[in-house]
Design a protein around this ligand. Structure first.
Ligand code: PSV
Ligand code: MN
Length: 398
């Protein structure tokens, strides 16, 4: 018996009888977290962009870095791209490159916020020629999906106004509905669009899709290929995100996540770095739904982070591991005990049931999962010791 196996056996003995640890392990072996191409490049704030030695010079190198995250975690086998940041002449070549690294192209993120034309909106713009331009960009993104085998069109709109009276709210709503319907019609078999919301920024008076309610209203009107995307950094302080997750799951509209963490605004910090209990409670809702045979889930777990100062690859591994840890803890919640406590209206017992699961050290289970996935027991440490960073700093400075 290996030492990992021994620790795992001892760990299993500490678990409540009603917890099915083998089923939890199976779920963890199938877990998939997508990383974003833009999380590997040199990102900054509006004040400064740090020049990171070894930063990828193009999307091909971004995929090479992402392959390291997959190599050491075993659960990050796809990479989201952002257009035009990751625009290439030959998408077949990009697809092949991804495959040669054991990766695939994940969500295609449209960019409707980096043109002068869009400061009054993209799909909501008062002028038809700008709305047409936005639609042409969305058609280009769907074309890239077709060429790369991607199944997700990820939509975030910076659309909004900066001052009262700037534009007509209801007219903008109608324009958004029309533009989204035209985009929906572009989707092929097996493809879906995820509508992301954000309550403010860059618009400071109103945002056209500010919250999950409106994103979901649009997704419902559009049909089954449209769902809501929850970016953890896009809510006002104190929002109960796990409650939003429960409602979206129940409505069949939870399409995916953009994982990150925030302290003040849309900070794009490492997932779970500020509020690990929140991430655990989100996964608690997901696991509860996974164990309900009446519920069908198809959730895209994606990271959307900007590592302004941290080394990108290590920070991404940290995030993937934090997401894996939250999921593992949620999988080991004693649901029988929780249900009984809820039925008995025993709030302390119910809360303790969650707190105990959150406080449990799941390292032995994760080490066992990693052994079965064929990756190191400590992905971040193994990556740091691999010498990859020194190699790319040298190669990419030539
Ligand atoms: C906007 O803040 C956002 O969360 C959207 O997902 C964008 O695509 C991404 O960040 C750009 O970094
Ligand atoms: Mn996002």
């Amino acid at each position: 018996m290996t030492s990992i196996e021994k620790r795992y056996q001892a760990f299993c003995e500490t678990l409540p009888e009603s917890v099915d640890v083998e089923a939890a392990k199976e779920r963890l072996l199938k877990q998939h977290v997508e990383t974003p191409s833009w999380g590997y490049g040199a990102m900054g704030t509006r004040f400064y962009t740090l020049h990171k030695p070894g930063a990828p010079r193009n999307v091909f190198e971004k995929f090479e870095d992402a392959a390291q995250v997959q190599k050491y975690t075993g659960i990050a086998r796809s990479v989201a791209i952002h257009i035009p940041w990751d625009k290439v002449d030959d998408y077949e070549e990009l697809k092949q490159h991804a495959q040669s690294l054991g990766l695939s192209v994940g969500a295609v993120n449209a960019n409707l916020f980096q043109e002068d034309d869009y400061v009054w909106g993209s799909l909501t713009h008062p002028k038809a020629h700008v709305r047409e331009r936005a639609l042409a960009h969305l058609a280009e993104c769907v074309d890239i999906m077709n060429k790369t085998g991607s199944t997700i069109l990820s939509l975030w709109f910076a659309d909004g106004t900066n001052y009262p009276g700037q534009d007509d709210f209801r007219a903008r709503k109608h324009r958004m509905e029309e533009g989204l319907a035209k985009t929906y019609a572009m989707l092929g078999e097996g493809q879906r669009m995820l509508i992301e919301y954000k309550f403010f920024e860059p618009a400071f008076y109103h945002t056209d899709i500010p919250d999950w309610g409106l994103a979901t209203l649009y997704a419902k009107k559009l049909g089954p290929k449209a769902q809501t995307l929850v970016d953890l950094g896009h809510h006002p302080q104190g929002t109960n995100i796990e409650y939003i997750i429960a409602i979206l799951i129940d409505e069949g509209k939870l399409g995916g996540f953009h994982f990150n963490n925030r302290k003040y605004a849309d900070d794009d910090l490492t997932t779970s770095s500020i509020n690990p209990y929140e991430l655990f409670l989100i996964f608690n809702e997901i696991v509860a739904a996974e164990q309900d045979p009446a519920i069908e889930l198809d959730i895209a777990y994606m990271i959307d982070q900007c590592h302004y100062i941290k080394p990108n690859i290590e920070a991404m591994i940290q995030s993937v591991v934090n997401i894996q840890t939250a999921y593992a803890k949620a999988l080991l919640v004693d649901r029988k005990r929780l249900k009984e406590a809820q039925e008995n209206m025993d709030m302390i017992e119910a809360e303790e049931c969650l707190v105990e699961a959150f406080n449990r050290d799941v390292t032995p289970l994760l080490e066992k999962v990693r052994e079965e996935l064929g990756v190191p027991a400590n992905p971040r440490k193994a990556f740091r010791e691999s010498g990859y960073m020194a190699r790319i700093i040298e190669q990419r400075s030539r």
